[in-house]
Design a protein around this ligand. Structure first.
Ligand code: NZQ
Ligand code: ZN
Length: 386
């Protein structure tokens, strides 16, 4: 196992009715910026519920609505300006990963004199940030309990991750009932995203990390068990609750610390979103089995077969055959059970014009992965996924 430092300072309030903890925001001051998306929280009644608690506690609320899925830097700039002009004390995000990511970079940009994009390009420039609070409404990214934020500048075809200790939320409210209204498409994409985070951490070559691997396998089995239930019974509390906690633990460091490798599916998906603005989890679902088939060989088969046996219950003794059966089971789960798209064409991508530039950009991030990928490797993966 590698050396590591591990700290998850986010206070989690999990379960029904935990929204009452919004009263604790007054510990951070009395002026807050509420950040949300394009209306789901108004439709569900969560907006009114939260506003009532904030007002009862004498908090002055400024608002930034309309955060886009794949949040844009322009929206971050708008939020930072509101914070600077109004002496805001804290940022509260109510929504999915896009809203939370946007709020995180607003919190940092509000304490920075230059342009917000600088902080996306270079996370070491994040020296200070307003306290970040979240109410999660979609189980997927784990942003509610991690240090990352992913922001796009579509004018440059860039979608980049930034991060740091200061971007970890101070408190997150995880009430699974708020995810009852998530659509079938977003529920399935969310499951694919948390499974992808788990796979990205799981596939490493570091020895002595059985604890992290076992935890990861459990997360994957929970996704297989509860994903279909959430899809078909959207108000099933236990399914929504299990997925919500899986989403947080897939990326909060627990299964990653001690066995860090560069992720390689996410950099490729981020290029797809940057050029074609597709749904993150759908891109990952398409790419993951293709990647698994592409990297499968005598050397990687041992780990892949362990996953196949421990996650999908494959009994086959031969590692290569077991791996292939595991990949087939994953495809069946994603594309048949969860009804996710299986090709890039199904997401609306009609040509391969940008694949070369996308592969060049992604390759720079895939050097230290489980199997390092070159530009040519990524081109081949994109072509097979098309
Ligand atoms: O905008 P609203 O009205 O809120 O609607 C959203 C949006 O249309 C809707 N939604 C959210 N909660 C809902 C709901 N609809 C009904 N009921 C609810 N309870 O769902 C749509 C998608 O929301 P979004 O926040 O975009 O989804 P997600 O949580 O999957 O976030 C995706 C973004 O997070 C980034 C992705 O790249 C993408 O930009 N990621 C962030 C990570 C992180 N911070 O650690 C890691 C991930 O790998 C990922 O890259
Ligand atoms: Zn992801």
């Amino acid at each position: 196992m590698n050396n590591f430092t591990y700290s998850v300072p986010t206070m989690i309030h999990f379960g029904k009715g935990q929204i009452s903890h919004l009263s604790e925001l007054k510990e951070s001051g009395n002026r807050l910026l509420l950040v949300y998306g394009s209306g789901s929280i108004k439709k569900s009644g969560l907006y009114d519920e939260a506003m009532n608690i904030l007002k009862e506690n004498d908090l002055t609320v400024y608002e930034l609505s309309g955060v886009e899925p794949n949040p844009r830097i322009e929206t971050v700039r708008k939020g930072a300006q509101i914070c600077k002009e109004n002496d805001i004390d804290m940022v509260l995000a109510i929504g999915g990963g896009s809203t939370i990511d946007c709020a995180k970079v607003i919190a940092a940009s509000s304490c920075y004199n230059g342009d917000a994009w600088d902080l996306v390009l270079d996370k070491t420039k994040i020296k200070k940030a307003l306290p970040i609070y979240t109410v999660l409404t979609l189980a997927a990214t784990g942003s509610e309990m991690d240090e990352y934020a992913v922001i796009s500048d579509l004018t440059l075809n860039e979608k980049l991750g930034t991060g740091g200790q200061l971007l970890k939320p101070k408190m997150s409210i995880l009430d699974p009932t708020y995810t009852f209204t998530v659509s079938r498409k977003q529920t399935a994409a969310g499951v694919a995203d948390m499974m992808s985070h788990t796979f990205e951490n799981y596939f490493n070559n570091v020895e002595g990390t059985e604890m992290q691997a076992g935890f990861a396998e459990t997360i994957l089995r929970c996704c297989l068990q509860y994903g279909p239930i959430a899809l078909n019974e959207p108000t099933n509390y236990q399914a929504r609750a299990s997925l919500m906690w899986c989403s947080s633990f897939a990326i909060n460091g627990t299964i990653k610390r001690g066995c860090e490798v560069s992720w390689c599916i996410h950099p490729i998906e981020h290029e797809l979103s940057a050029y074609y603005d597709i749904t993150h989890g759908e891109g990952l679902a398409i790419l993951t089995p293709v990647w698994m088939e592409y990297i499968l060989n005598e050397k990687t088969a041992k780990k892949m077969a362990t996953m196949a046996r421990n996650v999908f219950g494959i009994q086959q003794k031969d590692d290569l055959l077991a791996s292939q059966m595991g990949i087939e089971s994953l495809k069946e789960f994603f594309f048949d059970t969860m009804e996710l798209p299986s090709t890039l064409r199904e997401t609306g991508i009609t040509n391969k014009d940008n694949f070369e530039i996308m592969a060049t950009k992604a390759a720079s991030k895939c050097k230290g992965s489980f199997v390092p990928l070159s530009k040519e490797d990524i081109m081949e993966i994109l072509n097979r996924a098309f």
